[in-house]
Design a protein around this ligand. Structure first.
Ligand code: HEC
Ligand code: HEC
Length: 224
């Protein structure tokens, strides 16, 4: 058995040496074509009209790039081996809608499409709808800014983001950290930083914090 494997390998190698296989040229896909796909869910210019789908408009480029890589890693890993921890240090995300969207994109396309959505005008919430008392907000403000506009490029802006979407993300991060109840979620997400943050949040606090950030103006100056 071992022998025939070696033999076949040798044949394949020598065949490759004689008849070089031409490299398949990558089909260039222009930005417009990619963006057209994204906005069918994320809305024109990345301003979403669906409460479960995040705005991309005005988000930090670096953060968007990281998330697209996280979907690529997450989806592939989940498909290949649910129990392997070899990609443990990399943040992972998986979602039935987004994982397949990220698969066909190479690094250049990811950088370009992220820069495009980052440059689009962001959508503000309605500050008058913000809850008056917000439990644990001081903790979040350290990284996300007091009104959800983070100064750190790999930390997402939350101001004006969709409330339902944020509730779902915080719940998934918390449940992932507590390692229970993740089977029922259509979304999976791992991030050691955010899992630590979400770990102790109650459902009520998650709702309250998401309402607060969703209501903020996205074009205010950064407040730490
Ligand atoms: C079929 C609908 C659909 C399409 C098409 C789609 N997305 Fe998404 N996208 C989603 C959903 C749903 C989520 C939330 C995923 C989750 O809950 O984890 C999401 C999340 C994201 C996020 C994470 C945002 C954040 O705040 O963390 C990024 C980045 C993103 N999409 C980029 C894109 C790009 C770029 C394209 C086009 C190549 C695209 N999406 C196409 C549905 C879609
Ligand atoms: C130490 C820094 C830090 C603190 C403190 C922090 N976060 Fe985050 N947060 C992050 C990072 C980094 C991410 C991106 C994680 C990833 O790459 O998946 C994130 C992601 C999120 C997201 C997902 C946004 C999106 O677009 O998908 C939400 C919602 C969120 N944080 C809310 C909160 C709330 C609420 C608090 C306070 C209880 C908080 N965060 C505290 C760093 C922090």
């Amino acid at each position: 058995m071992k022998r025939s494997t070696v033999y076949l390998g040798t044949v394949a190698l020598s065949f490759a040496a004689i008849v070089p296989i031409p490299a398949q040229p990558q089909q260039p896909v222009d930005l417009e074509t990619i963006v057209a796909r994204c906005v069918s869910c994320h809305g024109q210019g990345g301003v979403s009209t669906d409460p479960d789908i995040p705005n991309l408009a005005g988000q930090h480029t670096e953060y968007l790039v990281k998330q697209l890589h996280a979907f690529q890693y997450g989806g592939r890993r989940l498909l290949q081996d649910r129990h392997s921890d070899d990609l443990a240090p990399v943040n992972r995300r998986s979602n039935p809608h987004m994982s397949s969207q990220s698969f066909g994109l190479d690094d250049d396309q990811i950088n370009t499409v992220a820069a495009y959505f980052s440059s689009q005008p962001c959508q503000s919430g309605h500050p008058e709808n913000a809850p008056v008392s917000i439990s644990k907000i001081e903790r979040c403000a350290v990284c996300h800014g007091a009104t959800g506009i983070s100064h750190l490029q790999d930390v997402p802006k939350l101001a004006g983001q969709k409330k339902n979407y944020m509730v779902e993300q915080l719940t998934v991060l918390r449940d992932h950290a507590r390692a229970y109840n993740i089977v029922g979620h259509s979304t999976l997400r791992s991030s050691s930083i955010m899992e630590t943050q979400a770990f102790t949040l109650t459902n009520g606090e998650i709702d309250n914090l998401a309402s607060y950030f969703a209501a903020q103006s996205c074009s205010d100056p950064i407040r730490r």
